[in-house]
Structures are given as structure tokens and as C-alpha cells.
Design a protein around this ligand. Structure first.
Ligand code: ZN
Length: 438
């Protein structure tokens, strides 16, 4: 991890103390508001209770002096409308504008819970429930950071925007991507974005690796399974490709401080493989005594399909990855006459990196040092999140993830978040709001 040496504190210490003590009180209120948010089971898939969650957030924002707007995302069906909420609290001017964004959707609870996943229980210094870390505590901390600034009586020059958006867990197209594509949140409206995802209150996430998802279809030639040399097996060719792709990724290590460290190198994951005859539901119980029903017929597979998830580094770039894949396919085609490959790209997201020395990162780092007494760690994410939409569609260069809770808690049974994390993150975000907007 990279440490940031912050400069001398710019904010007058009297003002900082006032904001910190208001934010300490607000941090406790944030934990209770996060508990309320957890009690709305906004589970994705399928996308339940988005409206209820948006309205709970909207009512709270209005109580804090925000004007709110509810924005329906594309792909809504009448039973499950994809409702986003956007709150705006103007200072003396429209700019600079700081946007705090959290996703209101949570993944399904899954098995293994010892507490009610939608109970929002607060016990022994922890908040429990689905979304406790990822990321209802973060949303609540952002809302109450803005509230702490208001209670401190600071007359802000710039504008605070807070949004709760849907569908992040399934790509964010009806959420942040929609707000950016329709011009609601872009570089024309907004200077800085903080996404309070659970990276711990002393870490700033400055970007993520790139991703290329693609489907490879191998086509061969059918023949009798007892004489495979008369056909061309698409499965054998796909197996060569799977191994070839693993060998081809090389051992480059990125400069980006990706955590965990294993993700500082390129990675590749075979998401799925399917080929030959469909054997789903095959009854093999009586197969060995010769009376089996529905045995597969002996055929050489003439088609096989791979779905591949390739994560790449800032230092590689997507074209190098495409060339690498094409190289492996060409080599297998040359070795296996009669095999042909088709490639289809399913998803392409380039890596992002917000500069370490931009105003947003430096301001957050100073606020972390003032609040916790420790230097901030800069980290980067192995996977992508809504940062990509703010940057690529919205054109906003200064975007980071910063929020309470541990990433390891995300999507786990008994998901939880330390109450002290929520308070610290509320304090850090409050100081950052004052620093950037006054
Ligand atoms: Zn999240």
C-alpha cells in the first residue's frame, strides 16, 4: 500500500474541531439510519423495494435541507421500478460540486446467517445485516457527514449532491450509468465524486483494473466417437485455448496499489465452458448393466464455447489483451487443422486511476490524518464498480471510493460493520466536504 503524506492542515483547527465533534454525534445517528436502510430488503436480483429504499433516503435528505428528485432508470417493470434518488443542497454557487453516491441494492442474503439479515441489529459495537458494509453504512455516513457540516454552521461556497442508485451489483446501467448518460451527473455538473464503498476508514480507493469478458466459440467436425481421428474435436481445441490463455498472461506487476496483492498481476478466470452433447438430466443409474436410458451417442464434439473473464492492468491496455487472445487462437488453429474460432466481446471496461495528487485525494488524505492520526493508504480495486460510469460516461476525472466497513464483509453471511468505522468515515467525509467546498 502507498502512504500519502498530507501537507500541513489547511483548515483552521477551530473549524476542524467543530466539524469533528458534530460529526461524532452524527456518526451515531448514521448507524441508526443505516439500520433503518437495512430493514428495507432492496435485494438484487431481482431488484426488490428500490422505491421504498429511495424514499427512505429521500425523506432523510429533505430533512437535511436537500432538494430531491426521483429518477426512474431504464428497464423498469411496473412491479419493480428502478428508482434512483438524487439530492442537491446548494451553497452560494453551483460549483464546485461534490457528489456522494451509494448503491441502494444489496445481494441476496444466502445461507449461514445467525442474525436476521434484514433486522439491522446493533450489538456490541457492530451493525449487522445485508448491506451493513456493502454499502448502506456508507450511504448513511455520507448523508450524516453533510448533516454535520450543516449543524456546524459552515457557509459553503459550493454544492453537495447525494445520490442513492440502483443495480450496482448487476452493472449499474439503470443507476449511475443512467444518471451520467442523461446529463444529471457529469463533468458539466460535478467536480468530485466519493463512493462510500467499504474500503475501511483509513483507505482511499483510487481506481480499478480493467476487464475484458469474451466468448470464444470453437467449431470442429463431427465424427464417430470410436474413431475420433476422423473428426475434429472442438472440446480438445477449447481445452488448448483455456490452457494457452493461462500461459499467455505473463507476469507483469502493476504500479497501481491493488489489494489484495495477488491481483497486482493480470488474472484470467474461465467463467464457463460448454460443448458437445447436453448431458443435463441424464439418468446414468442403470447405464453400466447395459439398460441405461438416454446415454449420449458417441460423437466427436463439433462445437464448444468458453466464457472468459480477463482482468488486465493499467500497463497493459485492452488492445494488447485482444492481440494476446488472437495470438493464442491463431496458434491453436495452426496446430489443429479444421478448427475455427469466433470471438465475441461481452464486456470491456478499461482500468481507471484517479491521480494521487489531485485535490480530492489530497483533501481526503488530510481529513483521514486529522481524524485518525494515521496517514491514509491508497489502494485500488481488483474489480470494477460504479467509478467506471462516472469516469467513462460522466467524464469526471476526480472520483474515488472511500467509506466505512471492510471489503471482506461484502456479500458474506452475518455481514457487519464497526460502529466506530461509521463514525470515523462520517467525520472524514464531513471534513472533506468543508475543505473542498468552502
Ligand atoms: Zn458495493
Amino acid at each position: 500500500m502507498t502512504s500519502v503524506q498530507s501537507g500541513s492542515a489547511r483548515m483552521a483547527s477551530g473549524l476542524a474541531d467543530r466539524v469533528l465533534s458534530e460529526a461524532a454525534v452524527c456518526g451515531e445517528e448514521a448507524a441508526h439510519f443505516a439500520s433503518e436502510l437495512i430493514r428495507v430488503p432492496s435485494v438484487n436480483p431481482p431488484g426488490d423495494a428500490y422505491r421504498e429504499c429511495a424514499e427512505l433516503l429521500g425523506v432523510r435528505l429533505e430533512a437535511g435541507g436537500f432538494e430531491t428528485e426521483y429518477i426512474r432508470g431504464p428497464g423498469s417493470d411496473p412491479k419493480r421500478p428502478k428508482i434512483n434518488v438524487l439530492g442537491l443542497r446548494r451553497g452560494q454557487r453551483a460549483r464546485p460540486a461534490l457528489h456522494l453516491n451509494g448503491h441502494t441494492d444489496v445481494v441476496p442474503p444466502g445461507a449461514g446467517w445467525t442474525v436476521d439479515p434484514f433486522g439491522g441489529e446493533i450489538r456490541d459495537g457492530w451493525l449487522y445485516g445485508r448491506g451493513a458494509a456493502d454499502m448502506k453504512a456508507g450511504i448513511a455516513a455520507a448523508v450524516f457527514a453533510a448533516e454535520a457540516v450543516r449543524r456546524s454552521g459552515v457557509n459553503l461556497r459550493g454544492t453537495i449532491e447525494i445520490s442513492g442508485t440502483v443495480d450496482e451489483e448487476s452493472g449499474g446501467l439503470a443507476g449511475v450509468a443512467h444518471l451520467a448518460a442523461t446529463g444529471r451527473v457529469t463533468s458539466r455538473t460535478t467536480d468530485y465524486v466519493i463512493i462510500p464503498e467499504p474500503f475501511s476508514p483509513d483507505r482511499i480507493c483510487i481506481g480499478h483494473r480493467g476487464v475484458l469478458w469474451f466468448r470464444i466459440v470453437a467449431r470442429g467436425r463431427i465424427a464417430h466417437g470410436s474413431m475420433p481421428f476422423l473428426g475434429t474435436s472442438a472440446i480438445d481445441a477449447a481445452a488448448d485455448v483455456a490452457l494457452g490463455l493461462q500461459d499467455a498472461i505473463g507476469d507483469l506487476v502493476t504500479e497501481l496499489p491493488v489489494v489484495p496483492e495477488g491481483a497486482r498481476r493480470p488474472t484470467i478466470n474461465m467463467n464457463s465452458i460448454s460443448g458437445g452433447q447436453v448431458i443435463e438430466g441424464l439418468d446414468t443409474s442403470a447405464a453400466l448393466d447395459g439398460h441405461g436410458q438416454g446415454l449420449p451417442s458417441p460423437c466427436v464434439a463439433d462445437q464448444c464455447e468458453l466464457v472468459v473473464d480477463r482482468r488486465y492492468l493499467l500497463e497493459e491496455g485492452p488492445d494488447a489483451v485482444r492481440a494476446e487472445v488472437r495470438g493464442v487462437l491463431d496458434a491453436v488453429e495452426a496446430r489443429r487443422p479444421g478448427i475455427q474460432f469466433e470471438v465475441e466481446e461481452l464486456l470491456s471496461v478499461p482500468p481507471t486511476h484517479t491521480p494521487n495528487d489531485c485535490a480530492l485525494v489530497e483533501s481526503l488524505a488530510r481529513a483521514i490524518e486529522t481524524t485518525t492520526g494515521a496517514a491514509a493508504d491508497l489502494v485500488a480495486s481488483p474489480g470494477t464498480y460504479d467509478h467506471k460510469h462516472f469516469q467513462r460516461i460522466g467524464g469526471i476525472g476526480q472520483c474515488v471510493a472511500y467509506g466505512p466497513g471492510e471489503l471482506e464483509q461484502a456479500h458474506q453471511p452475518d455481514e457487519r460493520c464497526l460502529l466506530s468505522d461509521i463514525t470515523q468515515a462520517t467525520q472524514v467525509m464531513a471534513l472533506t466536504i468543508v475543505d473542498l467546498l468552502s
